[in-house]
Design a protein around this ligand. Sequence first.
Ligand code: FAD
Length: 408
Amino acid sequence: MTDKQYDILIVGASLVGASLACAVAGDPSCAGLRIGIVEPEQAPQRFSGEDFDPRVVALTRQSQRFLENLGVWSAITRQRLCPYTHMFVWDGEGTASIEFNSRDLREENLGHIVENSVVLSALLEHLTIYPNVEILRGRRIEQVYNGFAQSGNRRTTLVLDDDENIETTLVLAADGGNSKVRELLAMKTREWDYGQDAIVTTVRSERPHGFTAWQRFTHTGPLAFLPLATEDGDLHFSSIVWSVDRELSPELMALDDESFARRLGATFEHKLGDITRVASRYSFPLRQRHALDYVQPGFALVGDAAHTIHPLAGQGVNLGLADAQALAAELARAMRRRIPLSDYSVLQRYARSRKGTNLGMMAVMEGFKRLFGSRSPELQVIRNMGMRQMDGLPMVKNLLARQAMGLR
Ligand SMILES: Cc1cc2nc3c(=O)[nH]c(=O)nc-3n(C[C@H](O)[C@H](O)[C@H](O)COP(=O)(O)OP(=O)(O)OC[C@H]3O[C@@H](n4cnc5c(N)ncnc54)[C@H](O)[C@@H]3O)c2cc1C
């Protein structure tokens, strides 16, 4: 028996699923569609004062524009975020560095560091204005009966963990790197383990961060300091993502806060003085993953469900938001042209528009990871020469920065 019916079912209401729902629901051509979203987690926790969400995102200008168009950017700025105007990247094993500055690009900033919970709560609040969107919270997808493959009836039934059945024409899976939908459909991925964990936490430093995003490459993995701001403008807090070889990760996680702060400060070459406070630490295994196909009749993968990349350039969410934007645009186009949403060509257009860009970014991340992860003296010389030369070529450097900001 079917308990609920939707035209579109979005699986996962994290940043990608929720932004996709806003983009589809907000397009006038999709106004008549009934949209369901299934999400196991309850509403995101709110952080304030010196308490920060351990997960943050470096939003590019392209992502900012998308969120502006959705009508949620102002709700994000009303909470809190921190622009970064400088980026300083250096090779911990050599002497070379490269610096980016928004002034050289005649831009106000290079992007913003925003807590995931800030973006998510703004998206979820915005969704409440659409009466045709329903979020089923505290439940997860357990089973999929693929009507396209089994009976050719072009309807899919999904079973939730409380045995409720949902029938829909189109399933959009935004259920993250370990996507249950992808697994149930046996959609193949190409993936490998980086052999690294990312340790994530918030720290307070002796000196203010100066609106700078810092990245130090070491042979055991990159360390990033991303600037944060409290509501009353305290600029001594940074979110850190410290990617380390898996053998080293348990040792760093087991240290008491004081010893961890000392070790972190030394690895960061004390660029901001001593680390004076460390919040709770979390560790995530890092895997590269790419679905061979993003779509099949009646189903599309978006965000981390389709691709998971190394966090060294903070591009994961930005790629996922671009997927959401592209997919919503294709669905709206189909609605305007009266093409049924179940028409496979609609989903294929989405996959074609995103796969090349996502693969390109993954290849660049992989290249960086290998180049900077190597202890080979030859590679060390090459990367130091490359960095120094690049830093001395403002035109090339600015082109690269504009691309990273999503401005080209
Ligand atoms: C340590 C670390 C640091 C990172 N830093 C950055 C950064 O600075 N910038 C950046 O852009 N990216 C960063 N990333 C990557 C970024 O976190 C991901 O790209 C992003 O969270 C992907 O969003 P998503 O919505 O696709 O998936 P997720 O955020 O994983 O969300 C998936 C959602 O699906 C739900 N779900 C799961 N299973 C089911 C089910 N069976 N049924 C229904 N719902 C389900 C989950 O509850 C969740 O809400 C980082 C990643 C890591 C690991």
